[in-house]
Design a protein around this ligand. Structure first.
Ligand SMILES: [Mg+2]
Length: 418
């Protein structure tokens, strides 16, 4: 059995650039699909796949997943990084897909078999004030969801909204109007998405107070700080939200501040989730072995696919850390399927993030798993159980435009990590 071609397919059915990798073989009708979606730099991943991995992998036996993964990882000599890891992931997932199709088994069977029927998922509720967030939480509960992530104003008080609200409410109207003028100048000098970390950190405990007072403790609630506040503020924040019994508090610190997890742990018993930006094993190893986090949040394609993810899950299991693979809109349907196979087979699964899958994703990606009663359910087809309709995918070309939210700024214009 030989690989005959490796190629990237770019598509944006839901206006988010997705990178799908297709590995074709010399066996009639046998191919595999993988997710290599790094939406912010999608065309670079496609180039790595088409110009480097295709010539490297043609003629090799697609059954040798471990050897191909190890060799591809180091073949450029300089290794790691999101572009190359996503390209590698696209190939790796596709090889697991092929192996499952050859065996006539879903990937979760290859990984040891199901230890649950479905994966508990969570969805995102947002709102401009606590009542709006609560209304959205109640709507999700009504739909059967068991867990909801709650944010207010995204990842922080939006400076313009705060000033506009103050001006409208007649609170410090003169200062608010003056501040809006300053904002016009700032935004022209330093364009970006402005947020206020102090307003944010002060307002979120009150939001949870409001929600818990209304719904009690039956529903799992989650929150993502998105590394928006200073490390010591994250410690204070974790203590402040402790009474609201969060399922987890995500990304309280930036990847560059991981020493602070020790202090965070000493002061709070809030379960901590971390890791969507990680792409090298040294970034997670000590956090796991020192039991400084409770949920590993890596983006599977960002670390190189199913092969490293199953090893990471095993490492986590040994230290009592559960999985919560990253699953936003810039995970492709193929990536969501890969997440689910790991969720079903790993004993230490915790929770799975999903988005609302619009109909167009089911049209372009037949076999995309469905959410039923708060759980993501598999379809039990061989391999990853998902396909791509390339003719339909071609109807949704990608558009690469500069991203604003990754230019997050403090009220004085200082750039902050997003
Ligand atoms: Mg996150």
């Amino acid at each position: 059995m030989k690989i005959t071609r490796v190629r990237a397919i770019l598509t944006a059915p839901d206006n988010i650039a997705l990178v799908i990798v297709k590995v074709e073989t010399d066996q009639p009708g046998l191919y595999g699909l993988g997710c290599g979606t790094f939406t912010q730099r999608a065309t670079l991943v496609a180039q790595a796949v088409d110009e480097y991995l295709d010539p490297l992998l043609r003629g090799r036996d697609p059954r040798n997943i471990e050897d191909i993964w190890q060799m591809t990882r180091v073949n450029a000599y300089w290794r790691n990084g999101p572009v190359l890891n996503n390209a590698l992931s696209g190939v790796d997932m596709a090889l697991w897909d092929i192996k499952g199709k050859v065996a006539g088994m879903p990937v979760h069977d290859l990984l040891g078999g199901k230890c649950r029927n479905g994966a508990m998922v969570y969805r995102h509720a947002d709102g401009r004030d606590a009542q709006e967030v609560l209304d959205n939480v109640l709507a999700y509960r009504e739909q059967g969801f068991l867990a909801v992530r709650c944010q207010m104003g995204g990842y922080g008080g939006r400076v313009r909204d705060i000033n506009r609200d103050n001006a409208t409410a007649g609170k410090g109207q003169k200062q608010a109007t003056q501040r809006m003028k300053q904002m016009d100048q700032l935004e022209s000098d330093f364009p970006g998405a402005y947020f206020d970390p102090d307003v944010y950190a002060r307002s979120i405990p009150g939001m949870f107070e409001h929600i818990r007072a209304a719904i009690g403790f039956d529903l799992h609630l989650l929150h993502d700080i998105h590394e928006r506040i200073a490390p010591i503020e994250a410690v204070r924040f974790a203590k402040a939200v402790e009474p609201y019994r969060l399922f987890f508090l995500e990304d309280p610190l930036a990847p560059e501040e991981t020493e602070w997890f020790r202090r965070l742990r000493q002061h709070s018993a809030v379960p901590i989730a971390m890791g969507e930006l990680f792409n090298h094993p040294l970034e997670w190893r000590s956090l796991i072995t020192e039991q400084l986090i409770d949920f590993i949040r890596v983006h599977i394609s960002q670390i190189g696919g199913i092969t490293p993810a199953r090893k990471l899950a095993a490492l986590c299991e040994a230290y009592g850390v559960r999985t919560a693979w990253h699953g936003p809109g810039d995970t492709s349907p193929v990536g969501h399927a890969a997440n689910l196979h790991l969720d079903l087979a790993c004993h230490n699964f915790g929770i799975q993030e999903v988005i609302n899958f619009p109909d167009v994703l089911y049209e372009v990606f037949p076999g995309l798993p469905t959410v039923q009663g708060g759980y993501l359910m598999p379809n039990d087809r061989p391999g990853l159980g998902i396909d791509i309709d390339e003719a339909k995918a071609a109807k949704y070309p990608i558009h690469m435009i500069p991203i604003e939210w990754t230019q997050s700024r403090l009220p004085d214009g200082t750039l902050w990590h997003p």
